[in-house]
Design a binder for this molecule. Structure first.
Ligand code: HSE
Length: 309
């Protein structure tokens, strides 16, 4: 294979009760990325559309991942990359993860698949470190594995793919403001009171159990975040109001997507996801802040190959 074009999905990390350990991939939003082998060694980012990002391969996460992988196998060829970013940086929808994990996946294909999915997640984490200072795995693993994933352990890295209830949909509202992951991480209290740790782990266990048993009511009762949301919600204008509007219209639960400002609502069925979208839209219009709304099924596949030669 000398050429590959992929769809690399946006992701929702944390999913309220799983700070840094839970994530899922989306169908409706994702980047398109093109990778070509070149006879000249090295990595070149030829074009970036849709976002104001650097083509410097030591600073762009796709470049960082590509260099690490080509060096690892001592490749006798180079790679040229084109990015069409639809997952906006600073959106809370895993923009850097989509680029980093997309690069890991595509370059592995061009190399003839020498790496496991877990190893690709490790490469993609190096991109996350460049993007936000921490090698977080929840977004990149969701891109590479698809569906819901649990980061069972960071050292050593262990990822568990969880089941996705058939009727689970998500509505996302993306206010057009930028929240830097690094800033949202600095806003947190690094010391969690033991009572909060108990609540958070009980809800995480409840949510995972609900995914295995298709128990939508238990999903609803488990989508509570006492660790990040209380600190981060102040970075998102009108968060409480839009959350109330979505819950009133039957969302199973609502929380901050990743580090924000996007807000996700898990819903049972498409119809419910659409009416929650309507309610959130109506409410957010009062803010005067521009926003996008998406409804999506959970993407159980992860990255999709659009074309290859
Ligand atoms: N789990 C990370 C955080 C995701 O919440 O900071 C960042 O997108």
């Amino acid at each position: 294979m000398n050429y590959i074009k992929i769809f690399s999905p946006a992701t929702v990390a944390n999913v309220s009760c799983g700070f840094d350990v839970l994530g899922f991939a989306l169908n409706a939003i994702g980047d398109e990325m093109v990778f070509k082998k070149t006879t000249k060694k090295g990595v070149k980012i030829k074009k970036i559309e849709g976002a104001n990002l650097t083509c410097n391969i030591k600073k762009n996460v796709a470049g960082v991942v590509a260099i690490a992988m080509l060096n690892k196998v001592n490749a006798d060829f180079g790679i040229e990359i084109e990015l069409l970013k639809k997952v906006k940086p600073g959106s809370g929808l895993g923009s850097s993860a989509s680029s980093a994990a997309g690069a890991a996946f595509a370059i592995n294909e061009l190399l003839g698949n020498p790496f496991t999915r877990l190893e690709l997640t490790e490469f993609a984490r190096t991109g996350e470190r460049v993007a936000c200072g921490s090698p977080i795995a929840d977004n990149v693993a969701a891109v590479l594995y698809g569906g819901f994933i649990l980061v069972k352990s960071y050292e050593p890295l262990e990822i568990i793919k969880l089941p996705v209830p058939e009727d689970l949909w998500v509505t996302i509202i993306h206010p057009q403001i930028e929240v830097k992951t690094e800033d949202a991480r600095n806003a947190l209290n690094p010391l969690v009171p033991i009572a909060d740790a108990v609540k958070q782990s009980a809800n995480l266990a409840g949510l995972i159990s609900a995914l295995y048993t298709d128990d939508y009511q238990l999903i609803s009762r488990s989508l509570i975040d006492v660790i990040a949301e209380p600190y981060r919600k102040n970075l998102i204008p009108h968060f409480e109001e839009v959350k109330k509007a979505g819950l009133k219209n039957g969302a199973l639960g609502i929380g901050i997507s990743g580090s924000g400002p996007s807000i996700f609502a898990l819903c049972k069925g498409k119809e419910n996801a659409m009416s929650v979208a309507e309610a959130m839209k109506e409410d957010y219009q009062n803010t005067g802040i521009e926003f996008y709304i998406y409804t999506s099924k959970i993407n159980n596949q992860g990255i999709i190959i659009l074309d290859s030669k």
